[in-house]
Write a protein that binds this ligand. Structure first.
Ligand code: NAP
Length: 546
């Protein structure tokens, strides 16, 4: 990418601004966006609330945190040199290794000099008169910029449960997403875990290895499937390095950018024996294949979904000795894959340990947290530690923690009152020059693949603006409407959208998130990129460029 000349055509000249671009967040998105904009010759600053780079992988240091995507499909693909330099040691990398990787990237590309850590952005206001953004940090300092790029992640604002007495507990208490940097011991301790999503499952199976006694408070069970992680030896890694082009080409061809792709056959197009053998094969294979590489209709056809759900239920019954416990672990209110499938390693076997107890809080609800532990409708449990694996104010939550105001002082919160509305998940009408990486209604899936696409698309748009002496990009309302309609159409008929989860905008702990919304784009990444590519090829007509 050639450096572009940033024009001074705007009422407030470039020289008068502190920066050409401010990026919020130094996670996978922010790091790559910084690099791309630097390549364009822009003066860029990243504000990051943590003390280091890594975003999700900086914050989520909870025990057992690791990829559910194949490591070698998850890393950045933009630098062949980086790909050849970095050795993954496990097929599904544990968090400490991923954090080391992101630090390596930051060092390799000398990114830290433009990142200001311990800097939480509290406000971002568009100034109409001068056509620039004014960013306010928690310390009160203000910074002006032409472009504002949010790289704040869809799952970065943790939520505590709305349970009375949460602050009264006298023992140790942690939310998984704000886990301490120092080692935490579970040995001999009575530990409680609340929450059984992908995070809770990873935490539980790790804590169970050393805990004194573990009690799991489960509100809704999830359909989990085996991860089948293994080490990568030197020779295998060398082989992977030779196949990177092929691996990333494969990710480009699949629905959600994983290496797994939907099987073209329908569930009922094969014999029952073939079907069973295929399910067995998927259950025995590493990664998301059972979810992302299953028959094409398991997430749209109720009968098909019931069959795979029955199959996984049988596996749970086989793996859990106490059948009463097994029944509690089998979801009854949603089918397999209609929520994000947690991948597990001996998760179900944890419930066979004599020092592990499952409490179904739909049967015996939590009444309050007490100084000693957790009081349900029938017992008061005493604990040394409570772990909250209670999830995030997903997708929109992190935006709403910042006072973002566009033209005429309109707040983003107001603009998204009825649910998020965006242009290709990147822009919001009335918020000129604000670009979102992994914003609502963009393609998610194997996240770094989607991030790289988003980042490059934004960099291309900014480059185009520089070349054409344009200083303001504002998505046209009709473009936002068209994209929102496309998001709606892409989600039609998907069983996923009939189920409560963060993917449908639900969080019982957040005011106003009790009604399902069109929270995410559930079409294919291929279709997403085709739409965005067409916008770029057509000279960005969907965006008001002035
Ligand atoms: P989550 O899926 O939203 O799960 C939160 C859990 O806490 C649920 O079991 C929920 O129960 C429970 N909960 C929330 N509030 C509660 C309350 N007041 N009382 C009792 N239980 C309560 O959050 P997560 O597990 O952190 O995962 C979020 C997403 O992060 C995942 O879906 C995934 O996309 C991502 N993630 C990725 C990885 C990876 O790649 N390896 C690992 C972890 C997470 P209900 O279901 O009843 O609401």
């Amino acid at each position: 990418m050639a450096a572009v000349e940033m024009t001074d055509a705007a009422p407030r000249t470039r020289a008068a601004l502190d920066f050409d671009a401010i990026i919020i967040g130094a996670g996978i998105s922010g790091l790559y966006q910084l690099l791309k904009l630097r390549e364009l010759g822009l003066k860029v600053k990243v504000f990051e609330r943590g003390t280091g780079v890594g975003g999700t992988w900086y914050w989520n240091r909870y025990p057992g945190a690791r990829f559910d995507s194949e490591s070698w499909s998850y890393g950045y693909s933009f630098s062949k040199e980086l790909l050849q330099e970095w050795d993954w040691t496990e097929h599904f990398s544990p968090q400490p290794e991923t954090l080391r990787y992101l630090n390596y990237v930051a060092d390799k590309f000398d990114l830290r000099r433009d990142i200001q850590f311990k800097s939480r952005v509290v406000a971002a206001h568009f100034k109409e008169a001068t056509r620039n953004w004014e960013i306010t940090l928690e310390d009160g300092s203000r910074h002006t910029t032409r472009f504002l790029i949010t790289a704040i992640g869809p799952l970065s604002t943790p939520t505590m449960p709305r349970i009375e007495g949460v602050d009264t507990f006298k023992g140790e208490a942690f939310h998984t997403a704000t886990w301490p940097h120092e080692p935490v011991s579970f040995e001999g301790k009575r530990v409680a875990v609340i929450g059984t999503g992908a995070t809770g499952v990873q935490t539980i199976q790790e804590v169970a290895k050393t805990v004194g006694h573990l009690t799991i408070f489960q509100r809704t069970p999830n359909w989990c499937a085996p991860l089948h992680n293994s080490k990568i030896d030197k020779a295998t890694m060398e082989g992977i390095k030779k196949r990177y082009d092929e691996i990333f080409a494969r990710c480009k061809e699949t629905h959600a950018c994983f290496v797994h792709t939907i099987d073209p056959r329908g569930t009922f197009e094969v014999t029952p024996e073939e079907r069973e053998a295929f399910f067995e094969y998927l259950y025995a294979s590493p990664g998301f294949g059972i979810w992302q590489g299953n028959f094409k209709d398991i997430l749209t056809n109720r009968e098909a979904n019931a069959l795979i759900s029955d199959f996984v239920a049988r596996k749970i019954r086989e793996r859990v000795k106490d059948q009463a416990v097994a029944e509690k672990l089998i979801p009854k209110n949603h089918g397999f894959g209609t929520r994000r499938v947690p991948l597990e390693t001996k998760y179900y076997e944890v419930y066979n340990q004599p020092n592990v107890k499952l409490v179904d809080i739909k049967e015996t609800p939590i009444e309050r947290i007490t100084p000693k532990g957790i009081k349900t409708s029938d017992t008061e449990y005493e604990f040394d530690m409570i772990i909250y694996a209670t999830g995030f104010d997903a997708i929109t939550g992190s935006f709403h923690r910042i006072d973002i105001r566009g033209t005429d002082g309109q707040t983003l919160k107001d603009a998204w009152k009825g649910g998020p509305q965006t242009f290709v998940g990147v822009q919001v009408a009335g918020f000129p020059n604000m670009f979102m990486i992994m914003g609502p209604h963009t393609a998610l899936g194997n996240i770094p693949r989607s991030i790289e696409y988003n980042v490059e698309w934004v960099a291309d748009l900014i480059e185009y603006m520089g070349e054409h002496k344009l200083t303001r990009a504002d998505a046209r309302p009709e473009s936002v409407e068209a994209w929102t309609e496309n998001v709606r159409a892409a989600g039609a008929g998907l069983l996923t959208n009939e189920v409560d989860s963060w993917m449908t905008g639900i969080n019982s702990n957040v005011e106003g998130k009790q009604v399902r919304t069109l929270a995410r784009y559930s079409g294919s990444a291929i279709a997403y990129r085709a739409w965005c590519d067409a916008v770029a090829a057509g000279g960005y007509k969907e965006i008001d460029l002035t």
